[in-house]
Design a protein around this ligand. Structure first.
Ligand code: PEP
Ligand code: MG
Length: 418
C-alpha cells in the first residue's frame, strides 16, 4: 500500500483563458497532477462546476473556493488513504460532497483529485496510465473525430451546428488517421483562403469562417475531402455535433436555419442532410429532455451513429433511461460531467454491456492534461473527440495517442468505427 501524504490544489488557466483547478497528490517519493476541463454548451444535468460567482476579481470565474476545499476538507479526509484504491477514494469524495450533482465541493474540485489519484497510482506502479483502466490486453486505438469547422457556442460566426467533424475511417493505424486528417485540414485551409474567408480558429481549433449556413460548411468539408483524394463516406466520414440544447424554443428547433420548426420537420431535414453529405454520426440531434424526438430519429436513420452528450451527461441513470427508450446507439464520455473516474468507468462498462459505442471527449475549455487519451485506449473506446489539429491543448491528446501506439508496437490495433 502507498499512502497519500499530501494534496495541494491551485488555480491555473484553461484554453479559453478561464481559471480552472489543478490538483497535485504526493506519496512518499512521487507526485502526479491533473487539471479539470470546462464546457461551454453544458447540459442541465451535468455535475456542478464550482466558481466564485460573487468574487469580481476574476469576473465571477475564479475557482479559489474549490481550491480551498481540496486543500482543507478533501485533503484531511484522504491523507493516509491507499492511493491504489480508486473506488474508496472516489467513494469518500462522493460521500463528503453528499449531493446528487456534487454541489457542495464542486465536480471540478472532486475530479481534479480523482484524476490525480489515478495518475499517481499508475506512476507508483510504474505502468502507463492506459493500462490501469478496464482493459488488460488487446488495446485498441480510437478513431479521432476531428472538429474541423467550429460553430455554435464555440465560435461567433453564426453557424448553427456546433461541430463539423471528420473521421478517417480508412485509417489502419492511428498515425495513418493523423495523416489523413492533416491532409484534409490543410486542403480545407487552402479552400477557405481561396474563398476570401478567415482561417482563424474557434475554441476547439477548427476553422471558424464567417459562414452561417450548415450547407456551406458541409460543402467546404466535402470539397476538402475530395481535393485530398479521399472518398467522402468511405475513406473519410463527416460527423456532426449539433448541440441542439442550444437551439430549442417551445419544443421547436432552429437547427437547419434560424427558423424554428417541429421535431418531424427537423427529422426530414436531417434525413436529407445525411443522404446528401453521407453523414455517419450525429451527436445531440435533439434536446436533453426530448426523449421522444431521439427515438423517432433513431428509428428512421438506421446505420447512423447517434450519440448522446447533453442527453446522458455521463450519468448511469440517464444512460439506462436512454437505453429503455431506444434514444441512441452511442454515448459521449466526459469525466467532468459526472465528477469521478470510478463513476465514469461504471458508465463506460454499462455502455459496453448494452452495445453502445463509447466516444471519449475533451471539453471546449481544456488544458495540456492528456488523461482522456489514456482513458480512450484503456477502455477500448471506439472514438475520441479532441478538436482539430490546432491549439496545443487539442493536439496534446492526439500526440499522446501516437506515443501509446508506438509503445504498443506490433500489438497496436485500431478500434471498429460504427
Ligand atoms: C461538446 O458539446 O461535445 C463539447 C465538447 O463542448 P462543451 O465542452 O462546450 O460542452
Ligand atoms: Mg456535444
Amino acid at each position: 500500500m502507498s499512502k497519500i501524504l499530501k494534496i495541494r490544489a491551485r488555480q491555473v488557466f484553461d484554453s479559453r483563458g478561464n481559471p480552472t483547478i489543478e490538483t497535485e497528490i504526493y506519496s512518499k517519493n512521487l507526485s502526479a497532477s491533473a487539471i479539470c476541463p470546462s464546457g461551454a454548451s453544458t447540459g442541465t444535468y451535468e455535475a456542478f462546476e464550482k466558481r466564485d460567482t460573487k468574487n469580481k476579481k476574476y469576473l465571477g470565474k475564479s475557482v479559489l473556493n474549490a481550491v480551498n476545499l481540496v486543500n482543507t476538507k478533501i485533503s484531511k479526509k484522504l491523507k493516509g488513504k491507499n492511493i491504489h484504491d480508486q473506488t474508496r477514494i472516489d467513494t469518500i469524495l462522493i460521500n463528503l460532497d453528499g449531493t446528487r450533482q456534487k454541489k457542495n465541493l464542486g465536480a471540478n474540485a472532486i475530479l481534479s483529485v480523482s484524476m490525480a489519484a489515478k495518475k499517481l497510482s499508475a506512476k507508483i506502479k510504474g505502468v502507463p496510465l492506459y493500462k490501469t483502466f478496464l482493459i488488460k490486453n488487446n488495446y485498441k486505438l480510437p478513431y479521432p473525430l476531428m472538429n474541423i469547422i467550429n460553430g455554435g457556442a464555440h465560435a461567433n460566426n453564426g453557424l448553427r451546428i456546433q461541430e463539423f467533424m471528420i473521421r478517417p475511417d480508412k485509417a489502419k493505424s492511428f498515425s495513418e488517421a493523423m495523416h489523413i486528417c492533416f491532409v484534409v485540414i490543410s486542403n480545407l485551409r487552402n479552400l477557405i483562403i481561396s474563398r476570401g474567408l478567415s482561417t482563424s480558429v474557434g475554441d476547439e481549433g477548427g476553422f471558424a469562417p464567417m459562414i452561417s449556413s450548415n450547407e456551406k460548411a458541409l460543402d467546404l468539408v466535402v470539397a476538402a475531402i475530395k481535393r485530398s483524394g479521399f472518398k467522402n463516406g468511405k475513406d473519410v466520414s463527416i460527423c456532426l455535433d449539433v448541440a441542439a440544447n442550444e437551439l430549442i424554443k417551445m419544443k421547436k428547433y432552429s437547427i437547419h436555419s434560424n427558423k424554428f420548426i417541429s421535431v418531424d420537420q427537423s427529422i426530414k431535414k436531417y434525413k436529407k442532410m445525411i443522404k446528401k453529405y453521407k453523414i455517419k454520426s450525429i451527436e445531440d440531434p435533439f434536446g436533453e429532455n426530448d426523449w421522444i424526438a431521439w427515438n423517432k430519429l433513431i428509428k428512421q436513420t438506421n446505420s447512423v451513429q447517434i450519440i448522446g452528450d447533453d442527453l446522458y451527461v455521463t450519468n448511469l441513470e440517464r444512460l439506462k433511461k436512454g437505453f429503455l427508450n431506444n434514444s441512441s446507439n452511442s454515448i459521449l464520455i466526459k469525466l467532468n460531467q459526472i465528477g469521478t473516474v470510478s463513476e465514469t468507468l461504471e458508465v463506460i462498462k454499462f455502455a459496453k454491456i448494452i452495445g453502445y459505442n463509447t466516444i471519449i471527449s475533451h471539453r471546449s475549455g481544456d488544458s495540456e492534461d492528456t488523461f482522456i487519451a489514456d482513458l480512450a485506449v484503456g477502455t477500448n473506446s471506439n472514438q475520441i473527440k479532441s478538436g482539430s489539429l490546432a491549439r496545443s491543448e487539442r493536439v496534446a491528446k492526439y500526440n499522446q495517442l501516437l506515443r501509446i501506439e508506438e509503445e504498443l508496437g506490433k500489438k497496436a490495433r485500431m478500434n471498429k468505427v460504427n
